[in-house]
Design a protein around this ligand. Structure first.
Ligand SMILES: Cc1ncc(COP(=O)(O)O)c(C=O)c1O
Length: 393
């Protein structure tokens, strides 16, 4: 029996991550498309999760998170100089940031409400906005004109995107896919607009510990004056501790906004996996220098891969954070980003993501390609070796 997918999902098709990873497997390509590490997270986290399972922590968890995890998240928030928060009133544990995003958006927005989204975006934002029946208004992040600086936005474009129906703005810093870290000046401008127009800010900070330049530190929008009571800060364990498959995430917010997130979370999944929450609590409470080691590896990978892509003829933009780098493939004269990524995967043996799916404005992103460098050194070395055979179309 033919069955139609509901209208709200029709524009999105199947996820580009699943598509490119399947293509990579089919062609035995080095998979630099989907952003997951090809190595494991800390032993301490795995042992704590296994112990929790054997100690009988296997039933539904508390809806807002198991108490030690809420406490560890609050501790981690405070240890980054963001102030003391209440683990129960201000922290909600979710199934990855992937659930925190729809929980925040579905809990907050009514059909017809507008929300400002910077493009390129993490695609979950627009699908969650579609589920809510709300309307995204896009503001474009532009690549550095000289190829050397940072991605930027035009403040006038942001002002113009805000109208009488705007309820919220979503900011992702550090930013996937560009590796941009929003500066204090940019965040102050965004905060000013939120306060002037009474908007809620949803900030996705899953790469908060993966910044590479001392002069570009991560700043949480919620810490700016007047922003705590109007910001939902979303993050997760996966990127910082190479545990993307655990899907442990959270939302930090003032009590009224925590109620908004929980209104949806309790009916989306109710709770995240109990033993994994205990594992997450253990590693967050005693993170050691895991993130520092990860940053060192990723900086080396970024530099080696960026140099190889430049040698291959691409125009590589600097990545200041996350584990992604964007490049302009047009010097090689392929038809568009999909044609380039398919050629690269099928013929060169390196998989990457065509970023046009991360834009709401038609036509944007066709010149670009995104590579993930959250891999072992030897994986990146093999990708670099294969890139030698990349030539013009
Ligand atoms: C910007 C951004 N937000 C959210 C997520 C999802 O996070 P999680 O794996 O915790 O669900 C990702 C993962 O790729 C991401 O890049």
């Amino acid at each position: 029996m033919p069955v139609d997918i509901a209208h709200r999902f029709r524009p999105f098709g199947s996820s580009i991550f699943a598509e490119m990873t399947a293509l990579a497997v089919r062609h035995q390509a080095v998979n630099l498309s989907q952003g997951f590490p090809d190595f494991d997270g800390p032993q301490s986290a795995k042992e704590a999760a296994a112990r929790a399972m054997f100690e009988g922590h296997n039933q539904y968890a508390r809806m807002i998170g198991v108490p030690p995890l809420n406490k560890a998240i609050a501790g981690s928030w405070a240890s980054c100089g963001r102030g003391e928060i209440d683990p129960d009133a201000n922290v909600t544990v979710t199934n990855g940031c992937s659930e925190a995003i729809p929980a925040a958006i579905l809990g907050l927005l009514n059909p017809g409400d507008e929300i400002v989204v910077f493009e390129p975006f993490f695609d979950f934002y627009v699908t969650a906005i579609a589920m809510a029946g709300a309307v995204p208004k896009f503001v474009t992040l532009r690549p550095p004109a000289d190829g050397l600086g940072a991605w930027w936005f035009d403040p006038a474009e942001l002002r113009a995107a805000i109208g009488p129906r705007t309820r919220a703005i979503i900011v992702n810093t550090p930013h996937n896919p560009t590796g941009k870290v929003y500066t204090r000046g940019e965040l102050e401008f965004i905060a000013g607009e939120c306060i002037r127009h009474g908007l809620v800010a949803i900030t996705d900070e899953v790469y908060e510990h993966l910044t590479f330049e001392p002069e570009l530190p991560h700043i949480s929008l919620a810490t700016l004056p007047g922003m705590w009571e109007r910001t939902m800060t979303l993050s997760s364990l996966g990127k910082t501790f190479s545990l993307t498959g655990w899907k442990i995430g959270w939302a930090v917010a003032a009590e009224p906004l925590s109620r908004v997130v929980r209104a949806a979370h309790q009916y989306l999944t109710f709770c995240a996996a109990t033993p994994l929450q205990h594992g997450a609590a253990a590693v967050l409470a005693a993170p050691g220098d895991y993130a520092a080691g990860l940053r060192r590896l990723f900086i080396e990978n970024r530099d080696a891969l960026s140099a190889a892509l430049t040698r291959a003829g691409l125009r590589v933009f600097p990545s200041h954070s996350t584990y992604f780098v964007m490049a302009d493939h047009t010097p090689l004269r392929y038809a568009d980003d999909r044609a380039f990524c398919y050629h690269l995967t099928e013929r060169v043996g390196v998989a990457a993501i065509p970023p046009s799916v991360f834009y709401g404005t038609p036509g944007l992103g066709r010149d670009l390609v995104r590579f993930a460098f959250c891999k072992k050194r030897e994986t990146i070395a093999e990708a670099i070796r294969r890139l030698d055979s990349l030539g013009p179309a």
